[in-house]
Design a protein around this ligand. Structure first.
Ligand SMILES: [Fe+2]
Length: 293
């Protein structure tokens, strides 16, 4: 091959490399910018029978999705929705052990091979990674940071969601049953010998005032329940809000002392969920709920 031909071939290879580099750069820039093509995926999935909200979210660039607070009746939907994006579910998280419905976590983990994450001290019997306060579940450009928010349950986390394709600061918070839209989580469902409903309510007061309400007003808030759930009183039918709107307008946050908050939170509690002990046992063991009757 002549030297001039080799130079020509070399030039073509260089041009091809540059083109690939430019495409990669373009994708990267898009992923970092407001007109991103490869941004965070986020969907709220609702189950109206129990008024439960759950979430499928994650990074499309690094191809890592997670489900938070899955409902057993929606497992097919999480898998199908992730499938439409062509991205695997690699993590399944709970904000706490649920007392009002059977979790979809065990089935989802079994069907997808995802890793289970629960708050440290949740007391479950199946394999999982326990998350301490501040622990991060890394989905690529999507990060979930645990915020310990006990009170509704002794082991309860909210998850702060950051999408690095949009910015370094958190964008939203999944509040579980600690802070709902229009109420705070009831403190009695997970109370026991060690933790009375009153001490749980005091714990929740600290979780709200010191943790969730220290977040910026603009932060989007996505709870685990909405109107129709027995996990709160007078919940909004809108399963989304912001920290600032709840700070200004939630009846549960209108009290300026711990005593007043606790007294109000212990009043007008709805009846306990049907079959609560069996549901909690199923969610602790990871085994299905035994049919009644
Ligand atoms: Fe709950």
């Amino acid at each position: 091959m002549l030297r001039s031909e080799r130079r020509g071939l070399h030039g073509l290879t260089e041009a091809f490399r540059n083109l690939i580099g430019r495409i990669e750069n373009l994708l990267w820039l898009n992923a970092r910018g407001p007109r991103s093509l490869v941004v965070m995926f986020f969907r709220q999935l609702l189950n109206d029978d129990t008024a439960c909200a759950s979430y499928l979210l994650g990074c499309k660039t690094k191809q890592r999705f997670a489900v938070v607070d899955p409902h057993v009746d929606l497992v097919d939907e999480y898998i199908a929705l992730a499938g439409t994006q062509g991205i695997p579910i690699v993590a399944v998280l709970e904000t706490h052990v649920q007392a009002d419905h059977v979790s979809g976590l065990p089935v989802l983990v079994e069907r997808t091979g995802a890793t289970a994450y629960l708050p440290a001290g949740a007391g479950v019997e199946f394999e999982h990674i326990p998350l301490g306060d501040g622990a991060v579940v890394d989905l690529g450009n999507t990060k979930l940071r645990a915020i310990a928010t006990p009170g509704h349950a002794p082991a309860h986390h909210a998850y702060l969601v950051t999408d690095l394709t949009r910015g370094e600061e958190p964008w939203m918070v999944l509040t579980g049953d600690a802070l709902l839209v229009g109420d705070a989580g009831r403190p009695d469902l997970h109370a026991g010998d060690a933790d009375s409903a009153e001490s749980m309510a005091r714990s929740l007061y600290r979780s709200l005032t010191e943790r969730l309400l220290s977040l910026p007003d603009h932060l989007l808030l996505y709870p685990a329940h909405y109107s129709g759930s027995v996990c709160g009183r007078g919940l909004s039918a809108n399963p989304a809000s912001t920290i600032g709107f709840e700070r200004s307008h939630s009846p549960a946050l209108r009290f300026d002392s711990e005593e007043a908050f606790v007294e109000a939170l212990l009043q007008d509690l709805p009846p306990a969920p049907e079959r609560q002990p069996e549901i909690v046992a199923a969610n602790r063991s990871g085994r299905p709920l035994v049919p009644s009757g």
